[in-house]
Design a protein around this ligand. Structure first.
Ligand SMILES: [Zn+2]
Length: 380
C-alpha cells in the first residue's frame, strides 16, 4: 500500500513539474524579445567619504551574471542604480564537488567562507554545521538580519541560518530558524512554519524566544523596535508587478530596526527569484525581477550614502539559464536574448562594492573571499 502511495506521489509530482520543464525546454535556444515600456529614473548616488565601517549589507542576486545586469541596463535605456558602485571584482563560483554550483553550496561559500558540496546548506563537506556571517556578527554584539523574496527554506536564506547536507529536506531546514542568530527575518514560506506534520508551531516557538511574528506587510510596518520574524506568504512573495517595492520596503524596515544597535549590524538581502525565472527561461519575468533588485539596490545605496558608515556588497552565487544577449536597441529599451540551459552555468560573477572598504573587493577571487573580506573589514 505504502509503495502504491509513493508511486502515486511520484506520478503527481512528475505531472506537476512537467509544464515548467517542457515550457523551459520549448524556450531553450530560441530568441526572446523584451522591451521595457516604462523605464525608471536612476539618480546619481555619491558614496560616503569616511573610512569607518560599522555596518555591512550583502545583497545577492540569485543567478545574476554580468549578462543579466547588461540586459537589464540595456532595457532601462542605459542606466541602473548598480552603476553607482565604486569597485567591481570577479568571484569564482565552483563548489567542493562540482564545477557548476547550486545555490546551496554557492550561498554557503558567501555566508561562511567555506566551499562545500552541491546541495548542502550551511554545512561543510562532512555535514558539520558552519558558522555564517550572521553568527560571526552576532558574536561581536552586532544585530543581524535577512530579507528575501523567496520561501525561507530556499537555499540562499537557509545558507545563513540553517544547516543541512540536503537542501531538499525543507521541513527540517526551517526548524533551524528557531535557533538562528538573526534578529530580523523577512521572507515567504509560512506553510512549513505552522500546521506541521511533527506538530510543532515554529511561529509560537519564535514568539517564545521574544520575536514578533507579523503575517502581513501592514503589521510589519507598525513595528518600531525589537526582534522580528515576518513571513507574510505561504510560499514565495507575489510577482514583482503585484508586490511593488516590497523587497526595498522590507529591507529598509529591517535596517531601521537593526540600526538601533550602537554596535552596528550585518544584513543579507536577496533578489531571490532571478534564479527561478532563469530556470524557467522566462526573459520577461527575469527582467522584472532584475529591475526590482536594481531598484532595491538604489534604495539601499541611498540609505548607505546618508549613513556614511555602511559598506554595501552586491554579488551573485552563480549564473542561471546561460543567458546571452544577442541583439537589442538601447534607445528603444529592447533586448533580444537566448537561454542555453534550464540549469546553472559556469561563469565568474561580478562583485560590486559601495561605501567604506569598497576598494577591498577589486580583483579576481574565490566566492569564499567575499565572506573573508567582510569578516576582516568588520573585525569579526
Ligand atoms: Zn542560486
Amino acid at each position: 500500500m505504502k509503495k502504491i502511495l509513493r508511486n502515486c506521489v511520484f506520478v503527481v509530482l512528475a505531472i506537476a513539474l512537467l509544464p515548467v520543464s517542457v515550457l523551459a525546454q520549448s524556450r531553450r535556444d530560441k530568441e526572446q524579445t523584451y522591451v521595457l515600456e516604462n523605464p525608471y529614473a536612476v539618480t546619481k548616488i555619491t558614496p560616503p567619504q569616511g573610512k569607518k565601517i560599522k555596518n555591512v549589507i550583502l545583497m545577492i542576486g540569485d543567478g545574476m551574471s554580468l549578462m543579466h545586469v547588461y540586459s537589464a541596463w540595456t532595457a532601462n535605456r542605459g542606466k541602473l542604480f548598480l552603476d553607482n558602485c565604486q569597485t567591481v571584482g570577479l568571484s569564482k563560483t565552483y563548489c567542493a564537488n562540482k564545477l557548476i554550483t547550486d545555490s546551496g553550496a554557492g550561498g554557503t561559500a558567501l555566508a561562511t567562507g567555506h566551499k562545500t558540496n552541491y546541495h548542502a546548506v550551511g554545512v561543510d563537506t562532512e555535514g558539520r554545521p558552519l558558522k555564517s556571517l550572521v553568527d560571526f556578527a552576532a558574536a561581536k554584539g552586532k544585530s543581524t538580519g535577512i530579507a528575501v523574496t523567496c520561501r525561507l527554506w530556499d537555499a540562499t536564506p537557509a545558507d545563513f541560518c540553517c544547516h543541512n547536507s540536503d537542501r531538499d529536506a525543507e521541513a527540517e531546514i526551517v526548524t533551524d530558524y528557531v535557533n538562528c542568530n538573526a534578529d530580523y527575518v523577512f521572507g515567504g514560506g509560512a506553510k512549513l512554519f505552522e500546521n506541521r506534520e511533527d506538530g510543532r508551531d515554529l511561529f509560537k516557538e519564535l514568539r517564545d524566544k521574544g520575536f514578533q511574528t507579523p503575517r502581513s506587510w501592514d503589521d510589519l510596518a507598525t513595528i518600531k523596535s525589537g526582534k522580528v520574524f515576518a513571513v507574510p506568504y505561504p510560499e514565495d512573495t507575489p510577482l514583482p508587478a503585484e508586490r511593488g517595492d516590497l523587497l526595498a520596503r522590507a529591507s529598509l524596515k529591517g535596517i531601521e530596526l537593526l540600526n538601533q544597535n550602537k554596535n552596528g549590524f550585518f544584513m543579507m538581502i536577496e533578489g531571490s527569484q532571478l534564479d527561478d525565472y532563469g530556470h524557467f527561461n522566462d526573459l520577461d519575468l527575469l527582467m522584472q525581477e532584475t529591475h526590482d533588485f536594481d531598484r532595491t539596490i538604489g534604495a539601499i545605496y541611498k540609505w548607505a550614502a546618508e549613513d556614511g558608515e555602511t559598506l554595501v556588497v552586491v554579488t551573485a552565487d552563480h549564473e542561471t539559464g546561460g543567458l546571452t544577449l544577442v541583439d537589442g536597441d538601447l534607445q528603444e529599451g529592447k533586448i533580444v536574448c537566448k537561454f542555453s540551459t534550464g540549469g546553472h552555468s559556469g561563469v565568474m560573477v561580478p562583485v560590486y562594492a559601495f561605501g567604506p572598504g569598497a576598494e577591498e573587493f577589486t580583483g579576481i577571487y574565490e566566492n569564499t573571499a567575499v565572506c573573508d573580506k567582510i569578516k576582516k573589514l568588520l573585525g569579526l
